[in-house]
Design a protein around this ligand. Structure first.
Ligand code: 5AD
Ligand code: SF4
Length: 423
């Protein structure tokens, strides 16, 4: 989602005639798009922003903007520590970048603060029409494209900062999404990934009686688009209708990312996830019954407050039972505003790490076994371009898995064990 937000930021900058510079020192404008899902991402951002002071000292005309979830959380505090930042805008205010660039001379609209005689501007306010705006994107590559279908989240999982940084859930109107996909198809893209924190509740705020499967059917009609994916599906809302649509619409990739988070019902309840392990497993069984070769991936958190040894063992048991095709696993990280922060039973860092490595070791063995099942089979691969690691090879994906085999180093999202859909 953040990477796609960066494409929107690039789209706006490109509309103002900016081009990407290959070296930071040559830039006239630097926008850092931040993530606050875990503390580690935040620390990386702070050190990166510190490094930029040097560039501003050398080029006082350089403009520095901070975007994304940390911008939303920290707001004006960013200027106190980093007075050389010019503009801070949150993830629901990406459209304001356009107005900020237009109005740098005669700004009236943004909140302004004067610190150290500089003008600092923020756009962190509620932006109730954000989901109705069509923001141009400058997309990476020419084959796969991301498309936002909804913003925000209403689920308030107790560990998660997203509802506080991205606000309440709002779906984009179906026609807006369809028109964007048509434009993307005209540009030659073949595969799209629909983005939302919980795609299963798409349409809840729309006046017409529309749900996610209606959107899938409408997109399925668009010529030129050959593969459709989506992330993320909340297990509590995964419906039989969606399973049937995935089974019946040939362009749907046979992959579902279905975050489990933990195997213990006690922990799931503390996390406010809204399902038990048994209910979750029932959905996995239903998916596999309808779509036998479906690839299923998940997210796991280790060391959530109150997670006892037996609770953790339930997570390991779940991994063995379900045999995911790939997982993303994270140590629980304390996030501001979230209710888990004040729960009793916070777990020691070294226990969280040990549990994480047990999860990853177990999954590595499962992943290897699953990869071996694919050995010798011929699968259709959508070629995306040259491989980063070997220029003599092409890289692409089967239709099974969405997640890239490895992220550019700078993202370092998590320790990842993912198998299918690789080069
Ligand atoms: N600590 C650890 N992992 C988290 N995630 C979200 N918030 C936290 C947190 N505070 C993970 C969840 C989610 C994924 C996107 O990030 O597993 O599904
Ligand atoms: Fe966070 Fe839960 Fe919403 Fe996902 S569904 S974004 S984990 S609050």
């Amino acid at each position: 989602m953040n990477v796609h937000d960066s494409e929107k930021i690039a789209g706006i900058l490109s509309g103002h005639g900016y081009e990407a510079s290959s070296e930071v020192k040559d830039a006239d404008m630097i926008v850092i798009n931040t993530c606050s899902i875990r503390q580690k991402a935040e620390q990386k951002f702070l050190s990166e922003l510190g490094r930029l002071k040097h560039f501003k000292d050398r080029n006082p005309n350089l403009k520095i903007a901070v975007a994304g979830c940390i911008a939303q959380l920290k707001g004006n505090d960013i200027f106190k520590r980093f007075p050389y930042v010019d503009f801070v805008f949150g993830p629901s205010n990406i459209d304001t970048l356009d107005r900020w660039i237009n109005s740098r001379a005669q700004n009236t609209e943004h909140r302004t603060q004067i610190i150290d005689d500089r003008q600092h501007k923020t756009a962190l306010q509620d932006n109730p029409e954000y989901h109705l705006k069509s923001i141009p994107s400058k997309r990476e590559g020419q084959v796969r494209a991301w498309v936002s279908i909804m913003y925000g989240c209403d689920n308030f999982c107790s560990y998660c900062v997203v509802p506080y940084t991205r606000g309440r859930e709002k779906s984009r109107p179906l026609d807006d999404v369809v028109n964007e996909v048509k434009r993307i198809a005209e540009q030659g893209f073949k595969e799209i990934t629909l983005l939302g924190q919980n795609v299963n509740s798409y349409g809840n705020n729309l006046h017409k009686n529309i749900e996610f499967t209606d959107l899938l059917k409408a997109i399925h009609e668009i010529d030129g688009i050959e593969r459709i994916r989506f992330v993320t599906s909340h297990p509590k809302d995964l419906s039989e209708r969606l399973i049937a649509a995935m089974r019946d619409l040939p362009k749907m990739c046979e992959h579902m990312h279905l975050p489990l988070q933990a195997g213990s019902d006690k922990v799931l309840s503390l996390m406010n996830r809204g399902y038990t392990y048994k209910e979750y497993k029932g959905k996995v069984d239903a998916l596999r019954a309808s779509i036998p070769h479906i690839a299923i991936t998940t997210d796991i958190i280790t060391g959530f407050p109150g997670e006892a040894d037996d609770d953790f063992k339930a997570t390991l048991k779940a991994l063995k039972e379900i045999e995911y095709d790939g997982i993303f696993a994270f140590k629980y990280s304390k996030r501001p505003d979230t209710s888990a922060l004040s729960m009793p039973g916070h777990i020691e860092e070294k226990v969280k790490s040990h549990r994480l490595s047990q999860v990853l070791d177990l999954q590595s063995a499962i992943t290897l076994r699953k990869n071996r099942e694919v050995e010798g089979r011929t699968l259709e691969v959508l070629v995306e371009g040259q491989s980063d690691t070997d220029k003599d090879k092409l890289t692409g994906r089967t239709e099974l898995c969405e997640r890239a085999p490895s992220f550019p180093q700078s993202f370092e999202p998590a320790l990842e064990v993912s198998n299918r859909g690789r080069e």
